[in-house]
Design a protein around this ligand. Structure first.
Ligand code: CP
Ligand code: NVA
Length: 304
């Protein structure tokens, strides 16, 4: 595995399987991993808000015998108080790894380039790889397989969508993506994922009709319509995305036991109704829990 975890595109199928197998093992017997990262410290640099990523990395480090330090927007001021390179070089003298949640994806790449320790992408405007790995872990946990399974992602072609493109195409899970015109995923990432899909046998299809995209699928996934940093577009997007809501009538078009996934936070009443996210089909809190197990596996792979 590379020094850093910045994109799922950097991992081959075996490396992904190894991480997910380890995550399953950690989930089953967490007590056996209590000292694996003893005396190791993780820096968490967050330029955007977070619940799951922040808490699951902190708790994960603690459960593995290490500790973590939270550095919020008021602490580091990346590129303002000092350059990313200087932050990376300094922190590398104190800590064993860095998680960075930021805006421009280039910030994560720059941090990794200058840090002597592993850098983990905790979400950038382009990608959310810890989420993407957790999502395929959750699909496997719920359905037992990837082959001949189809996920429909409905909504914005954003960071979460991009990491799903990578993770699904690497493991052979089919992915239907429905977005409004103009909100499609990055064409470069789609192209790259179609190359991965050739190898794994997964089929990637883009739609503008959510109804067509969900027909007969096994998993329906959605995310917020306006991501962090796009707050001023929220009202405009609410109108454009109105037809892309996951509600009972859309659900009826999928398989009867379709699993509902959402990376959270959810804007209930916008991209998903209360009824659907609270329904028996919804696995969103298992999905959130799995962030902890998968990230512990990532930390072990990078730090031992
Ligand atoms: N899904 C996710 O990354 O949640 P947070 O933004 O709360 O970390
Ligand atoms: N697309 C969302 C994901 C949040 C976990 C955002 O970037 O805000």
């Amino acid at each position: 595995m590379k020094k850093d975890f910045i994109t799922i595109a950097d991992l081959n199928k075996k490396q992904i399987n190894d991480i997910l197998l380890l995550a399953a093992d950690i989930k089953k017997r967490p007590e056996d991993f209590r000292e694996v990262l003893k005396a190791k410290t993780l820096a968490l640099i967050f330029e955007k808000p977070s619940n799951r990523t922040y808490v699951s990395f902190q708790v994960g480090m603690y459960q593995l015998g290490g500790n973590s330090i939270y550095l919020g927007p008021e602490h580091i001021k990346l590129g303002v108080r000092e350059t990313i390179a200087d932050v990376a070089k300094t922190l590398s003298r104190y800590v064993n790894a860095i998680v960075l949640r930021t805006f421009a994806h280039k910030n994560v790449v720059d941090m990794a380039q200058h840090a002597g320790v592993p850098v983990i992408n905790g979400l950038s405007d382009l990608l959310h790889p810890c989420q993407g790995l957790t999502d395929i872990f959750t699909v496997k946990e719920k359905t037992g397989r990837y082959k001949n399974m189809t996920m429909a992602y409905i909504g914005d072609g954003n960071n979460v969508c991009h990491s799903l493109l990578h993770s699904c195409s690497k493991v052979g899970l089919n992915l239907h993506i429905a977005t409004p015109f103009g909100y499609e995923p990055d064409p470069g990432i789609v192209k790259q994922s179609r190359i991965f899909a050739k190898d794994s046998g997964s089929i990637i299809e883009l739609f503008t009709s959510p109804q067509k995209a969900v027909r007969g699928t096994d998993v329906i996934y959605t995310d917020v319509w306006a991501s962090m940093g796009q707050e001023e577009e929220a009202a405009k997007r609410k109108k454009i995305f109105a037809e892309f809501q996951i509600n009972q009538s859309l659900l009826k078009l999928a398989k009867k036991n379709v699993f509902i996934m959402h990376c959270l936070p959810a804007h209930r009443g916008d991209e998903i109704t209360d009824g659907v996210i609270n329904s028996k089909n919804s696995v969103v809190f298992d999905q959130a829990e799995n962030r902890l197990h998968v990230q512990k596996a990532i930390l072990i792979k990078l730090l031992t």
